[in-house]
Design a protein around this ligand. Sequence first.
Ligand SMILES: C[S@@+](CC[C@H](N)C(=O)[O-])C[C@H]1O[C@@H](n2cnc3c(N)ncnc32)[C@H](O)[C@@H]1O
Length: 608
Amino acid sequence: MRLPPRPDLEWKDDGTPVDTRVGDVYYSVEDGLAEARAVFLNGCGLPAGWASVPNYTIAELGFGTGLNFLAAWQMWRDTRPKQGWLNFVSFEGFPLDREDAVRALKPWPELSELAEKLCTRWPVRAKGVQQIVWPEERLSLTLHTGLIEDTLPQSRFKADAWFLDGFSPAKNEAMWSREQWPAIAERSQPGARAATFTVAGAVRRGLAEAGFEVEKKPGHGRKRERLEARLPSHVPRSTAPINPRVAIIGAGISGACLAHALARRGAEITVFDHANGPALGTSGNPLALVMPRLDAGDTAQARLLIDAYLSAQMFYAGRPGVHVAETTHLPRDAAETNRFQKLQADPPLGLEQLEAIRGGGVLHKASIILRPAALLSSLLKDVSVRWNETADLDAETRRVNGEGFDAIILATGWHMRAAQPELDLTGRLGQVEWYASKTLVPPSALAAGHYALADGPTRLWGATFEDLMDDTPRVSDAARQDNAEALNGLSPYWAAEARRADARSRAGVRATTADRLPLIGALPDHRALVADRQTLERKSWRLPPEAYGLDGIYVAGGFGSRGFTWAPWAAGILTARIFGDPCPAPEEALNATVPNRQILRKLKRNLL
Ligand SMILES: C[S@@+](CC[C@H](N)C(=O)[O-])C[C@H]1O[C@@H](n2cnc3c(N)ncnc32)[C@H](O)[C@@H]1O
């Protein structure tokens, strides 16, 4: 099953939620909040623990109703250091529906404001990683959905505190299994604390074997005892930069999402772009569509496509120029018909997102039509953008046009090909056509290989995906013809109106990778990789995603024709990387998108 299962939820007469498959309660309705405070917050030494660090990370096993998260959030509101940031990472295999979470959090009126903030942005039911950011609260929640044995090993973060809150160990072995303890220790800062309600022998032994000093403490309420554990701190805790200076080269959708994500986290941003205003390059069509590419199997690639799509939904929600719109997506050929059938038999997203329709198609209920000009301006509103300035990068000294930065990100789209040829980008020409209709319509989209978008008066259709003959994007009659035929296939009615209209064309170059996945991560140290070929071969070419990256120089590109979908996800990953925050993607996704992959492929085949 690709969709994570629901818990077998029942409600006791007093309102306590129970998972009947496990036979245990999520919390005690009598004093669940007091217990969360006593066992987890107090057990991990909070709020003192976060008083003097720039970013504090709590990791929780078992997100459940979000009660522990809200208890921590409430304490954070009352006691957070001015410049601090709280990361809350949690793991859940059987996510509750939003309505159940609302009901489960009702008994605590003092949490009602926070509960509403959480529940209005309650994570979508999907396996993967979703990150919700509340910048005004200086808080983020990173939720890994899936069975703990799959998600914990894929997660990347360093926790200061652990809330160990599976169901009781006798009933919920997976959440307390032996394999977990070393994984927990690996993901801990020196001096990390852990707390739990259980004093089961296996839990104490597991924590102790992983290096924690474990202590029983008097329990809360009717429980006799609880546990506190602590890792020794022989080495200092790694700390995050508070206001790093970050240069972003390129003010297209990639650069704009990065600028916004980094700025709300506290970075000082300078964006460089040689254009004289926003949305003039490839990101500048009058309308754009954000729709998921859904693979049929449950592979790492299929999961990251969904993570990226959900990340875009969340990032764009409520911004200027953004309209949620249904997209009717019909298979374009036999292979796609087959893929859609498999998808419909085991969908990766629930009915609130996706539905099968007649003709073998699918309806994307939460896809987005956006107006790039309005969106990009809003994302760049509060950051310094140097228009008309060509950026000259000195990667060795981390300078742009002679100015030093803590981090530099290349978000230069197609221009990356000339400056970083080792990334092996290919240019594809994408042409769209549009006109203004006299009939205003609500936003809606049709897709089958090509797409047709309607929003208010604007009608836009395309896009071609052609080989690039030279470096200048040029519109062509052939592409116009191609798009007209595609529109006729999607909607003859539209096509008829379009023929009478005075349509305009626009072409842009899409920077595309061989495997159609983006490049997200450190700019590879090409020379060092080539020099180390033999060592790499001995290690069977296995290396962590950050290896051989130039220090503090990053890339977010190779987005092909899905720039608006990839950009927010890439921005989340790089923001976490620069701040040392929990990564909002599993390790397998970082490996699949690592910018050095094409260099490694060539080294393996002796092509370099
Ligand atoms: C006691 S409840 C957590 C309560 C939660 N901390 C709260 O504040 O409401 C335990 C949670 O662990 C989750 N869980 C149990 N087994 C799991 C597994 N194998 N993988 C992931 N999550 C699991 C359950 O679905 C449940 O939400």
